[in-house]
Write a protein that binds this ligand. Structure first.
Ligand code: PMP
Length: 380
């Protein structure tokens, strides 16, 4: 029987071994790792809210009011006032009847897809969907179809062929508004039109758009005025919202079904009430004037690295794992933490640096990084 050492060796030989590199500081635009200060271009803290004093205060206030833990699963006796308030606020912000929160974005995707689709149903996924969506789809037992990234013609064909075979099946298109490793957007308007034409539903993961896109930071569907037409608006509170947790905004009936069927909601302890209380404060900031100003600052920083780029995630494709790892090491030596992303997270030969921008980055630091990336492109 092959033990873990052999598997680890194989990963090492393939240049794919990953290991934890803990920080010696809190999260923020500047962190300490292995005794060195580094500018942090690796986190998903797009608005800089993870270290926002108002969120810290809300957390503390939440602990004072409700205690440290929820002490039970949501269905038993773990649904406390802030859980309910957060879900009401998320539903209102998303323009939907209801919302349900989960312990994480991963738990939202991996738990809700199996609740929404079963063996007689079809899930149609974009090829670059996040691991949590893929795992959720696999767990559902539904027939899975995959279309090449953002390929509308192929999506249309799949919808058509499923409908020709089975007029009644539940068909759900699953995609993301901002793709997590490429930072590009899905063609949401066209996807909405296609799913409506074929009587399908749309599950949209707004993980990297929440807080970042739209006049009130509610994501791509809000930016395009399409919130009413997206059947399942999923997102996380773990990135721009600066905390952790996930949500799904939908109708009352679908929400009730999730409460009954989503195993990652039912069979886990409710998130700490103070976290939900802090998430409410985060949502308030994201939707406020301050949130709009932070989005403007973020936009300025994105423009420095990649003019016109639609999101806070900017990939710099290096090719081989070694090239990406080498580039990340060089940047680290220069004082910048920018992660190398390798297979299996991205396809082989498409290893990259993944630059994550934040409103918390100072303009001159972003300009310095842009200069180094430019040099790498010219000489690398
Ligand atoms: N969806 C996407 C597109 C993501 O990038 C991530 C996080 N990497 C998740 C879901 C999971 O979110 P969380 O970190 O809150 O579990």
């Amino acid at each position: 029987m092959k033990g873990p050492a052999r598997e680890l060796e194989e990963l090492t030989e393939a240049g794919l071994l990953r290991s934890l590199r803990p920080l010696e500081s809190g999260a923020g635009p500047k962190v300490i790792r292995e005794g060195r200060e580094l500018w942090n271009f690796a986190s998903n803290d797009y608005l800089g809210l993870a270290a926002h004093p108002a969120l810290g205060e809300a957390f503390i206030e939440g602990v004072r009011r409700y205690g440290a833990g929820a002490a039970a699963s949501r269905l038993v006796c773990g649904t406390l006032p802030p859980h309910r308030e957060l879900e009401e606020a998320l539903a209102a912000a998303k323009g939907s009847e209801a919302a349900l929160s989960f312990p994480s974005g991963f738990a939202t995707a991996a738990g809700s897809l199996p609740a929404l689709a079963g063996k007689d149903d079809f899930l149609i996924l974009d090829k670059l969907c996040h691991a949590s969506l893929i795992d959720g789809a696999r767990l559902s037992g539904a027939t899975i179809r995959v279309f090449p990234h953002n390929d509308l013609a192929k999506l249309e064909k799949l919808l058509e062929s499923i409908r020709n075979k089975d007029a009644k099946a539940r068909v759900i298109v699953v995609t993301e508004s901002v793709f997590s490793m490429d930072g590009d957007l899905c063609p949401l308007r066209e996807i909405v039109e296609a799913k409506d034409r074929h009587g399908a539903l749309l599950f949209l993961d707004e993980a990297h758009a929440f807080g970042v896109l739209g006049p009130y930071g509610m994501g791509l569907a809000e930016a395009l005025g399409l919130q009413d037409l997206v059947d399942f608006q999923m997102g996380t509170l773990s990135k721009a919202a600066g905390l952790s947790g996930g949500y799904l905004a939908t109708t009352n009936a679908w929400r009730d079904l999730l409460v009954n069927r989503a195993r990652s909601f039912i069979y886990t302890t409710a998130p700490p009430p103070a976290l939900a209380h802090a998430a409410l404060a985060s949502l308030r900031i994201i939707r406020s004037e301050e949130g709009a100003e932070l989005r403007l600052k973020l936009r300025e920083n994105i423009e420095v690295i990649s003019p016109g780029h639609p999101s806070a995630i900017v990939p710099v494709i290096c090719g081989s794992s070694e090239a990406a790892m080498g580039a990340a090491r060089e940047l680290e030596e220069a004082g910048f933490m920018v992660p190398a992303i390798r297979y299996p997270t991205v396809p082989r030969g498409r290893a990259r640096l993944r630059v994550s921008l934040s409103a918390a980055h100072q303009g001159d630091v972003v300009r310095d990084l842009a200069g180094l990336l430019e040099e790498g492109v010219n000489h690398g």
